[in-house]
Design a protein around this ligand. Sequence first.
Ligand SMILES: *Cc1c(COP(=O)(O)O)cnc(C)c1O
Length: 423
Amino acid sequence: MPAPQRPPSVDALARQLADIDLPHPLLVDAARQAIAAGAPDSARAIAEQVAMTLLRPVVNATGVLLHTNLGRAPLAAATGRGGAGGDGALRYSNLELDLLTGKRGSRSGHAASLLARAMGAEAAIVVNNGAAAVLLVLAALARDRDVVVSRGELVEIGGGFRVPEVMAESGARLVEVGTTNRTRLRDYGAAVAGGDPALILKVHQSNYRIVGFTQSVEVRDLAPLGPPVVVDIGSGLLDADTPWLVGGPPAWLAGEPAARQTLAAGAALVTFSGDKLLGGPQAGVVAGRRDLVAACAAHPLSRVVRPGGLVLGALQETAMAYLRKDGQAIPFWRMAAAPVDELRRRAAALGVGRPVDTVAVAGGGSVPGQELPSAGVAVDGDRAAALRAHDPPILARVHEGSTICDLRTVDPADDPVVAKALA
Ligand SMILES: *Cc1c(COP(=O)(O)O)cnc(C)c1O
C-alpha cells in the first residue's frame, strides 16, 4: 500500500496563491481552511471567494438608479477639493479649523451650511444617515414628551427603519392619530388640544403608496397648530423646481416632497438621506429652524452619529454642484437626465446584442411606481451570473428569457466594458 500523501504545508499552499490580489494573512487563512477540510485543492477557490466579497467597483446595468445593494447614489470617482496638490488625493483638511482665525471651527460649517443655502433653510447639520437624523431630532427635541404621528405614516423603510421603534429608542412617546388610510386635521387638532406634544412628525411613505379612499393633512395646515412640524421627507430632493436641470423637473418626480417647498410650507425641520435623490454620499441631513438645529447639534447623540471627513468632503462637492445649478456634476442627476435618444445611440454603438427600449426606475425607496424611459441591449438567455463574474462585475436584469443591460445606469465610460463582456 502506498504511504498516504502528506498534506502540503499551509505556508507552501498560501505561496501558491500569491497571484490572487489578497494580503498574505488572508491567503494563509484560505490555505488553512482548505487543509482542515481535507481538500487542499479548494484553497484557490476559497481565496477567490474572499476576494469577491471585497468592496470593488461594479457596473450597474440594472436600470435601477438608486440600487440599495450597489450603494444607492453613485459617487464621482474623485471627491474632496482635489487634495492640497489638486491631484484628487485627500490629505489633511480644515475639518474643524477656522482658517481665518486659526481657531477650532465647526465641522457643520462646510457641507451643512452649503446645503442649507441650496434649499433655503436657516441652518442644517449632517449625520451618518437618514435614520440617525430622525433619531437625533426625536431625542434632542422630544425625549419624555409626546410626538403626534398619523397612523398612515407609521412606516417601515427597508432594512429595519420602523418609525414606532425609532421613536421608542429616542425616548419620545408616540401619539397615534387617524387611521391607516385617512387622517384629518381635526385628528391632529384633538391630540394637540388634549396634551402638550413636543412635535408633530410627518413621515413620507417613500417606498409604497396607499391609493383609493385616502386623506392626509398638508404641512401648511399642520403648522398653525402650534408644535413644530418635523417632516421626514426621506429622499432629499432639495427643490421641486430642480433648477439644476435644464428643462425643469422630469415627469417621474411627480409628487415627491422636496426640502425647500416643505420648509416654505411651514415645516420647522426636514430630515432626509444624503444618498437617495440628493445624489451624494451616505449621510443624513437635519435642516430648518436655527434654534432647533442648534438643539440637535448640542445633544450628546450628535457626536455619536457624526460623519467623518471623507463623507463631508463628498457632500460638500454635491452641495457646491447644487449651488452652481450643475446637475451634470452629480452622477445621479446626470444619469437620470440623460435623453433616451442618447441611450439608444449608445446601445446601437455597443455593437453587441439587440438594442431595446427599456424602463428604468429611481429606486432606493423613492418615487415608487414612476418609470424612466430608457434603452439598452438584450442578449438571449440568463447571463446574469456570467456577467457578475466578469472583471469588473456587471449587474444586469433578466426578463422573459433575455438578459438586459440598461444603459441609463451605466457611465458612458463603461460602455466598452459592457460591450466586451457581452461579446
Ligand atoms: C430612506 C428613508 C429613511 C432612512 O434613511 P437612511 O439614510 O436609509 O437611514 C428614513 N425615512 C424615510 C422617509 C426614508 O425614505
